[in-house]
Write a protein that binds this ligand. Structure first.
Ligand code: ADP
Ligand code: MG
Length: 218
C-alpha cells in the first residue's frame, strides 16, 4: 500500500507516454479554443523529463518530482508548462526526503501540487481549466481514503472524478487563459489542459493499482 520510488517514476513515465500518444488530440483541442500547441508543449516537456530521469536516479521521491517540475518549467512555454511545473515542484516539496509514499502522503502531495497551480494561475473551479479536473480528483481521493478505501479503490475513484470534471468543461465558458479571449465561443469544447490533467490522474490509477500498491491486504 505504499508508492515506491520506482512506482513514482513509472507514473511519470506513464504520463509521458500518454501525452505522446495523445499529442495530436491535445493539440486539436487547443486548436479549437487556443493556439494549437498544448500537445506539442506538453510532449516536448515530458520528453525532456524522460531524458533527465533516464540519466540517473534521484535521491528520493520528492527529489524526483522536483526534477520533473524544474524540467517542465525550463522546457515548456505558454501557460501549461509553468502550471504543470508548479504542480510537480509543489508535489516534490510535499514529498521531500521520502523514499516512498503512503496513500495519505500521495494525497497530500497531489493536494499541495493543485494548490500551487491555483496560487499561480488563480483559476477557480468552473473557469474551464485543468483545475476542473484536478480539484475533483483530489477531493475524491481524500474522501475515499477518509472512508478507509484501499489505495487502488481511492485512485480509481479519483480518476473517475477527474474524468467527470474534464467532461464538465465542455459547456463552460472559459474565464482563464487564452480560451477566455473567445468569450461565449469557448463553450462546447473540452478544455485541453483539463484533458492532459485527466491523463495525469488516470496514469496514477493505472500505475499504482497495477503494481501492488493498490491492493490493500487488510
Ligand atoms: P497556452 O494557453 O499558453 O498556449 P497551453 O496550450 O500549453 O498554453 O495550455 C493551455 C491550458 O492551460 C488550458 O487548456 C488550461 O487548462 C490551462 N490554463 C490556462 N490558464 C490557466 C490558469 N490561469 N490556471 C489554470 N490552468 C490554466
Ligand atoms: Mg496553447
Amino acid at each position: 500500500m505504499r508508492i515506491s520510488y520506482g512506482q513514482a517514476s513509472d507514473w511519470v513515465r506513464a504520463f509521458a507516454g500518454a501525452v505522446a500518444d495523445n499529442k495530436e488530440y491535445l493539440t486539436e483541442l487547443d486548436a479549437a479554443i487556443g493556439d494549437a500547441d498544448h500537445g506539442i508543449n506538453m510532449n516536448r516537456g515530458m520528453q525532456a523529463v524522460l531524458t533527465k530521469i533516464d540519466a540517473g536516479a534521484q535521491p528520493d521521491v520528492g527529489a524526483l518530482l522536483k526534477t520533473v517540475g524544474m524540467t517542465l518549467v525550463s522546457t515548456v512555454g505558454g501557460a501549461g508548462g509553468p502550471l504543470y511545473g508548479t504542480l510537480f515542484l509543489q508535489m516534490g516539496t510535499s514529498a521531500a526526503g521520502k523514499a516512498e509514499l503512503s496513500g495519505e502522503d500521495w494525497a497530500a502531495a497531489l493536494a499541495a501540487g493543485v494548490t500551487g497551480v491555483q496560487n499561480r494561475g488563480k483559476a477557480e473551479l468552473g473557469d474551464k481549466t485543468m483545475i476542473d479536473t484536478l480539484v475533483p480528483a483530489v477531493d475524491a481521493l481524500r474522501e475515499a481514503l477518509g472512508e478507509g478505501a484501499g489505495l487502488g479503490d481511492a485512485l480509481a475513484r479519483s480518476a473517475a472524478a477527474a474524468e467527470t470534471g474534464m467532461k464538465a468543461t465542455i459547456p463552460l465558458v472559459a474565464r482563464k487563459g487564452r480560451a477566455s479571449y473567445l468569450g461565449q465561443r469557448s463553450a462546447n469544447h473540452q478544455d485541453p489542459g483539463a484533458t492532459s490533467s485527466w491523463l495525469l490522474i488516470r496514469a496514477a490509477a493505472q500505475t499504482f493499482a497495477g503494481s501492488g500498491a493498490g491492493h490493500d491486504a487488510q
